[in-house]
Design a protein around this ligand. Structure first.
Ligand code: FMN
Length: 162
């Protein structure tokens, strides 16, 4: 076996672990903010808690710290373009098409998503340059019966039922 650095080994190994794809949205000074995140996880059902690991300096994390609430939008397989859009460039461009509506908590719910988990900020744990952001679920709903978007080996895929 060839020796490789720990970070390269981790990156190569993680590529073999498929995840769903979310866009985490919040609000800053009245403007919608959001970013593509695949570090979303269910944490506890009782109490209802979820987590997402976000770069602390990102605009998405800063908006969540400010608003103290966020929405997790679960992306559908036909929303790859939106997932790419929300991982680069400026925030205004991400929302310029107006493809979103306010959720029950007033934060952006993107059109066409499979479902949404609305959260109040429960706890934040800063580790290295990331923050583990824990949300207390206030509302959660399925919006569309569609296959979800999957991220695997640096590319987007569709989850299909056997
Ligand atoms: C598939 C995919 C998953 C991502 N997951 C995360 C994540 O879990 N945490 C994170 O901090 N950034 C993640 N990113 C990068 C962010 O989407 C990107 O850095 C962010 O939108 C830019 O930060 P901003 O909030 O300052 O605009 C991911 C990008 C892609 C394409």
């Amino acid at each position: 076996m060839t020796e490789i650095s720990a970070v390269t080994g981790l990156r190569n190994t993680l590529q073999n672990y498929p995840t769903g794809v979310t866009i985490v949205t919040s609000i800053s000074k009245g403007n919608p903010v959001g970013g593509t995140m695949n570090s979303f996880a269910s944490l506890s059902l009782n109490p209802e808690l979820v987590s997402v690991n976000i770069m602390s300096g990102s605009r998405t994390a800063k908006a969540i710290f400010e608003a103290e609430k966020f929405n997790v939008n679960i992306m559908a397989a036909d929303q790859k373009d939106r997932a790419v859009l929300f991982s680069t460039g400026d925030q205004v461009m991400r929302f310029i098409d107006g493809g979103y509506k306010p959720g029950i908590n007033g934060l952006p719910v993107l059109d066409g998503v499979v479902g949404v988990i609305e959260c109040d900020l429960f706890r934040t744990l800063e580790i290295a340059d990331h923050a583990i952001i824990v949300g207390n679920v206030t509302n959660s709903y399925v919006l569309r019966e569609a296959p979800p978007l999957i991220y695997y080996r640096k590319d987007f895929h569709s989850a299909t039922l056997q």
